[in-house]
Design a protein around this ligand. Structure first.
Ligand SMILES: N=C(N)NCCCC(=O)O
Ligand SMILES: [Zn+2]
Ligand SMILES: [Zn+2]
Length: 325
């Protein structure tokens, strides 16, 4: 049973009493998981980036997001909710994965995710590179069965192998489809753009069951219409949202490993997520924040607000399911 079933959730440190820049960073200044026992939503870092094909550094992403999240406030007007009062959200620290052995790291991440989900928590994961989505999806599928997937990314990440390696940041969703852990009737990439290896990349991806909403589609049709379409496709299926921060234009997210011009704005991303607030979001990740390439925390701030919207969706769901019981 989570602590929020017995008491009111313990929220963030009060920034009107203790300046928000003081003390060690947890996500949104929330308590650590060991301070509250159990959580409804566990925010967990995965400092792992051995699966990248270009610029490294996403291993530092989780802590950069935590630092940038000090300015988040407890009421989210866009979803009319106080996410940290509706449910116990806590910072579960980091999953320590072997940087020199990707296969072992993938196993470690899956096992750690299993442990968190077994407590009844939903996971809000801060990457790390996109490799981490595969073990997280494996774990979520063990609990919920094949899940619907919304994948925000400039890239397809359904490629086969890189240098013969099957677990990389460009391949997690092909592996996931092969393993039968995704509900292939509700798979979408959002924000896709940029050069590919060949046209076959798109044919393969379509065969796997993915629909594509390109960044140009979002620009032309607007965030509300896109969110409506995605919501209809997802219905009430258990949903996993994976957000590669490079879905944003490099102007909105310079701190990432494989930047592509012509992306969506952070406003568009946040608005699409708010349009999904009624979905049954079981877990989510925000990955590929590489702070060494960031400036003035532009990317980390965007990522912290992204995780805040995702956390709000989960907290609203948890509160709604509690009152309907
Ligand atoms: N998942 C991310 N960010 N990028 C994948 C790019 C793979 C490539 O170099 O072709
Ligand atoms: Zn990407
Ligand atoms: Zn990606």
């Amino acid at each position: 049973m989570s602590s929020s079933d017995q008491n009111t959730p313990r929220g963030p440190i009060d920034s009107s009493r203790i300046p928000r820049y003081a003390g060690p960073a947890t996500f949104a200044r929330l308590p650590r998981l060991d301070e509250v026992g159990t959580a409804d939503v566990a925010v967990v870092g995965i400092p792992f980036d051995s699966g990248v094909s270009y610029r490294p550094g996403a291993r530092f992403g989780g802590n950069a997001i935590r630092e940038a999240s000090r300015l988040l406030r407890p009421y989210n007007p866009a979803q009319d909710a106080s996410p940290f009062a509706l449910a116990q959200v806590a910072d579960a620290g980091d999953i320590a994965a072997n940087p020199f052995n990707i296969n072992e790291a993938v196993e470690t991440i899956e096992a750690a995710a299993d442990d968190l989900l077994a407590t009844g928590a939903r996971m809000m994961t801060l990457g790390g590179d996109h490799t981490v989505a595969l073990p997280l999806l494996r774990s979520v599928a063990k609990k919920h069965g094949p899940v619907a997937l919304l994948h925000f990314d400039a890239h397809l990440d359904t490629w086969d192998t890189y240098f013969g390696a099957e677990y990389t940041h460009g391949t997690p969703f092909r592996r996931a489809v092969e393993e039968g852990i995704l509900d292939t009737s509700a798979l979408s990439h959002v924000g896709t753009r940029g050069p590919l290896y060949g046209k076959q990349d798109l044919t393969d991806d379509e065969k796997m069951g993915f629909g594509i909403v390109t960044s140009a589609d979002i620009y032309r049709r607007g965030a509300d219409e896109v969110a409506d379409q995605l919501r209809q496709r997802i219905g009430d299926r258990p949903l996993y949202i994976s957000i590669d921060i490079d879905c944003l234009d490099p102007a909105h997210a310079p701190g990432t490993g494989t930047p592509e011009a012509g992306g969506m704005t952070s406003r568009e991303l946040l608005e699409i997520l708010r349009g999904l607030s009624s979905c049954n979001l079981v877990s989510a990740d925000v990955v590929e924040v590489a702070p060494a390439y960031d400036h003035a925390e532009i990317t980390a701030v965007a990522a912290s607000h992204t995780a805040y919207e995702l956390t709000t969706i989960m907290s609203r769901q948890i509160a709604a399911s509690r009152t309907s019981m």
